[in-house]
Design a protein around this ligand. Structure first.
Ligand SMILES: Cc1cc2nc3c(=O)[nH]c(=O)nc-3n(C[C@H](O)[C@H](O)[C@H](O)COP(=O)(O)OP(=O)(O)OC[C@H]3O[C@@H](n4cnc5c(N)ncnc54)[C@H](O)[C@@H]3O)c2cc1C
Length: 377
């Protein structure tokens, strides 16, 4: 078998890359091992760059492009395939709930509003402070609120639905999918020429590594360290019977945990960030305790909720909180699309488009210099 491009990994990043490749007519094979712990299947789905206080400026630049692209992609997918993505603009409230959080809340508030004023966006009427009563009015399960900032344009997406939608739309345009692992890259004269998967040799002009937390395994063959580590996240789906949560906003607590409401009475609370966890995609007593304790501290009204499901994902974590996008030094025809850490549902669909454009040798709408692996060398 010979193709124009092979994409390794079928999470949101690989699926988006494959989708954009077939949209441009490239004969593409997606090879996905479907590991337990695939981050896309566990992700909370928060899309809210304007309230992010953790990540550096180059992250925000990419996130701005990614946010602008989201509605267009979702519209295209809705037109091209039968099924939902779960994408909806639902708003978010950043809250402080105890006295010891007031200082970090003040810091976050200053950071968020300074950035809003410098960039001239979002508009003041879309990102502003609200009262405790207003916050509780929007999300009745909240307890005491000592500070709250509301961001109207925050959105959520269901990672499983989104990647399934990309999959369906791509298959309809001719994508071939193989559920297997890629064991080896084929390299000839400093150029990647294909892969070995399930003992079968498949040739391709270009190969993309979008293997999430597992991407580093190809480093030895390529003679480069791919600095992406698994960071385990445990996240819990709670259910509130007979409660209409469809209009509730996302809650982000200033300490870092969050709650994402969905229309079926589901409130997803999370998550642990276990750097150094290794590849064990399983729950731990300490992780579950941490997530529930933090959720109930912020929203005591969730105490009687049913525990519907616990998910565990391995985020593809990089130390500098930026993804790894672009070619590999000294080896031709191989590209990296990984390292999206805790914000891959936000960035990943757009990264997939950029990498597809790179593979197809098109001009890129966004400069990817800041995200290349060469920054680590
Ligand atoms: C608990 C949790 C909460 C999160 N919340 C958010 C959020 O609110 N907002 C946000 O933007 N992001 C969030 N994220 C992050 C986001 O989910 C990830 O960054 C994103 O899903 C990563 O996608 P990916 O395609 O790179 O990796 P993955 O989804 O992990 O997919 C990688 C795929 O590659 C396959 N693979 C690996 N190696 C091979 C191989 N050799 N051969 C074949 N296949 C291979 C794997 O089997 C897997 O299917 C969260 C993540 C977690 C875990």
């Amino acid at each position: 078998m010979t193709c124009d491009a092979i994409v390794i990994g079928g999470g949101v990043v690989g699926t988006s890359t494959a989708y954009h490749l077939v949209c441009e007519g490239a004969k593409t094979l997606l090879v996905d091992r479907r590991d337990a712990g695939r981050a896309t299947d566990a992700g909370a789905g928060i899309l809210s760059p304007a309230t992010n206080t953790r990540d550096p400026d180059p992250w925000l630049r990419l996130a701005a492009f990614a946010s602008e692209y989201y509605p267009q992609l979702v519209d295209n997918l809705q037109a091209e395939q039968d099924g939902e993505t779960g994408f909806v603009t639902c708003g978010m409230i950043l809250v402080a709930v105890s006295h010891d959080e007031v200082e970090s809340f003040a810091f976050a508030r200053q950071h968020i509003f300074n950035r809003r004023d410098q960039r001239g966006e979002p508009a003041e009427e879309d990102l502003y402070e609200i009262s405790s009563d207003e916050a509780r009015g929007c999300f009745p399960a909240l307890g005491d609120v000592r500070g709250a900032i509301y961001y109207r344009d925050a959105a959520r997406v269901d990672g499983r639905l989104l990647s399934a939608a990309l999959h369906r739309a791509a298959e309809a345009k001719g994508l071939t999918v193989k559920h297997a692992g890629v064991e080896q890259l084929l390299i000839q004269d400093d150029s990647v020429t294909g892969v070995i998967t399930d003992g079968e040799t498949i040739s391709a002009d270009k190969v993309v590594i979008a293997g999430g937390a597992w991407s580093q395994t190809f480093g030895d063959q390529l003679g480069v360290h791919i600095p992406v580590e698994p960071q385990r996240g445990q996240i819990i789906h709670l259910g509130l019977a007979d409660t209409d949560t469809s209009a509730w906003p996302i809650i982000s607590a200033v300490r870092g945990h969050y709650m994402v409401p969905w229309p079926d009475g589901r409130v997803v609370v999370g998550a642990t960030r276990e750097t150094g966890s290794g590849f064990e995609a399983r729950t731990t007593a300490a992780g579950v305790l941490e997530v529930l304790a933090e959720a109930l501290r912020v929203a005591p009204g969730l105490a009687q909720a049913e525990v519907r499901e616990i998910r565990v994902g391995l985020r593809p974590y990089t130390e500098d909180h930026l993804p790894v996008l672009g070619p590999v030094p000294n080896i031709r025809n191989i590209y990296l699309a990984t390292g999206h850490g805790p914000t891959g549902l936000q960035l990943g669909p757009y990264s997939g488009k950029l990498i597809a454009d790179l593979v197809l040798e098109k001009d890129l709408a966004t400069d990817i210099d800041a995200y290349q692996i060469t920054r680590f060398l």
